[in-house]
Design a protein around this ligand. Structure first.
Ligand code: CP
Length: 325
């Protein structure tokens, strides 16, 4: 059996499981396409018919507001039908396996599965078993990967900073448990960000050897000094075996981003956060809602990026596969 690839035999994207190994050209193609779907605030969102007749199935076994809603809106705005499997009301709770669930929905003509799962490897496992015309898109896999988040983060930086090579980007907080940080690392290294920093207390730093191209900083103050982009991360209590951090007040005192601490970054620095935020734990409301924050633009960009990814995999499918007559 051939090793798994998210690309088809022609080298075109069929699944999106990870950003690891993506070239800058591949990333930029997706970002260029996403930019076509951005509109100014208040304008009617972009619509199209490129997914007419296609069915997108969302299977989320972990909670989500942004990713699930934006995949749904992205698919609908391009003319697709969308099925949101309510996992707690599904036959998964009676013991049906993920693969049997997928085969069942595939038999109802679901063409693209959007999967979020706490278990590493589920997205790839499903991708290895679906029919040749079907695609799998990761909506977040354990602590490992959140590729569309990485793309929307890159798009946001491009929008505000116009490029990547001259930037100092600081990724701050619970890097160890963060799939957002891993996808950010992959996309920022592909795009050759000038200086990439990971900034975390020892307990929340990834293992030595992981993220080798990033510089490590062990205080918030040193890590964000002269940064152009400060990306704050959520404390992921659900992925910690036991409390690896001191209490919330102490964490906020040392690691919470306040207006005062943000003065250490460049005056025109942008502040990002993937959401959901723990306000007054990793980020103060005065920053989250303040003039440097681009957090809501990240959400807007998420819809455009997911439109671009859905359209790309369907376009690639149409190039390699015609339905039987
Ligand atoms: N950023 C992100 O993945 O948010 P959700 O968990 O709400 O989808």
């Amino acid at each position: 059996m051939l090793p798994f690839s998210q690309y088809d035999a022609h080298g075109h994207l069929r699944h999106l499981i990870t950003l690891e190994g993506m070239t800058s050209e591949q990333v930029r193609e997706l970002l260029d396409r996403a930019q076509r779907y951005l509109r100014r605030p208040g304008e009617i969102p972009a619509h199209g018919r490129s997914l007419a007749g296609i069915t997108v199935g969302n299977i989320f076994t972990e909670p989500s507001t942004r990713t699930r809603s934006s995949f749904e809106l992205a698919a609908k705005r391009l003319g697709a039908d969308v099925l949101n499997l309510e996992i707690q009301l599904s036959s998964r709770v009676k013991g049906e396996t993920v693969l049997d669930t997928v085969y069942t929905l595939q038999a109802m003509a679901v063409d693209v599965f959007v999967i979020r799962d706490a278990e590493p490897g589920v997205c790839q496992y499903v991708a290895e078993h679906v029919a040749p015309h079907v695609s799998v898109l990761s909506a977040g896999e354990a602590h490992l990967s959140h590729p569309t988040q990485g793309l929307l983060d890159a798009l946001t930086i491009l929008q505000y900073k116009g490029g990547f090579r001259d930037l100092v980007v600081a990724v701050v907080g619970d890097v160890r448990h963060s799939r957002v940080a891993r996808s950010a690392y992959q996309v920022f290294t592909a795009l050759e960000v000038g200086e990439l920093r990971i900034v975390a207390p020892d307990a929340l730093m990834p293992d030595e050897g992981e993220m080798p191209e990033a510089k490590r900083f062990k205080t918030l103050e040193s890590g964000i000094e002269h940064a152009d982009v400060v990306m704050m991360l959520r404390i992921q209590k659900e992925r910690m075996a036991q409390a690896a951090i001191p209490d919330a007040h102490d964490y906020f005192a040392r690691w919470g981003l306040t207006k005062q601490k943000l003065k250490l970054a460049r005056p025109e620095a942008i502040v990002m956060h993937p959401g959901p935020m723990n306000r007054e734990i990793e980020i103060a409301s005065e920053v989250a809602d303040g003039p440097h924050s681009v957090i809501r633009q990240q959400v807007t960009n998420g819809v455009a990026v997911r439109m671009a990814v859905l359209e790309t995999v369907i376009e690639n499918r149409n190039r390699r596969w015609s339905p039987p007559r």
